[in-house]
Design a protein around this ligand. Structure first.
Ligand SMILES: [Zn+2]
Ligand SMILES: [Zn+2]
Length: 147
């Protein structure tokens, strides 16, 4: 996989092709999201970018994020609390673990799970274009705090 900076350069080129003017604010949104292993909401991205660009509006975040989503560069994750989180790791789709206590979201890197879509496709004859696999439970940290 290309390193984070190379990927950001590529995305900038494509965003320009989509007619987006690359302002320092939008660059900051990109830098916050792309290659990030965290899963951030638009509000969380806004908070971070605002540290450097106090004037940036939430609308700019939403616009940049929705274009990135359309381009397939980030994945939107929706959960019950209807707060959308964005995954910019570039490894999509992939399974997630969600702690129901602290709401931490972790990427699960597991070779067995990675072969799952292929197996499902083989068994059903479906061509898999996307999938979601979420594990809910209590993370080790919260387990410790519970005892
Ligand atoms: Zn937890
Ligand atoms: Zn993820």
């Amino acid at each position: 996989m290309a390193d984070g900076n190379q990927r950001i350069d590529d995305i900038v080129v494509r965003l320009r092709e989509h007619g987006m003017r690359m302002t320092p604010q939008r660059m900051a949104v990109l830098n916050t999201l792309i290659g990030n292993k965290e899963h951030l909401s638009a509000e969380a991205i806004h908070d971070r970018v605002r540290a450097d660009y106090p004037m940036i509006g939430l609308a700019t975040i939403y616009k940049t994020v929705s274009l990135l989503k359309e381009m397939g560069e980030i994945t939107e994750l929706n959960f019950d609390n209807d707060c959308a989180l964005y995954d910019g790791s570039g490894e999509s789709p992939h399974p997630h673990f969600i702690c129901s206590q602290c709401n931490t979201i972790l990427d699960i890197d597991d070779a067995d799970l990675e072969s799952l879509p292929g197996e499902v496709s083989h068994k059903t004859g479906y061509e898999i274009t996307n999938f979601r696999l979420d594990f809910f439970g209590i993370c080790p940290n919260c387990q410790k705090n519970n005892t």
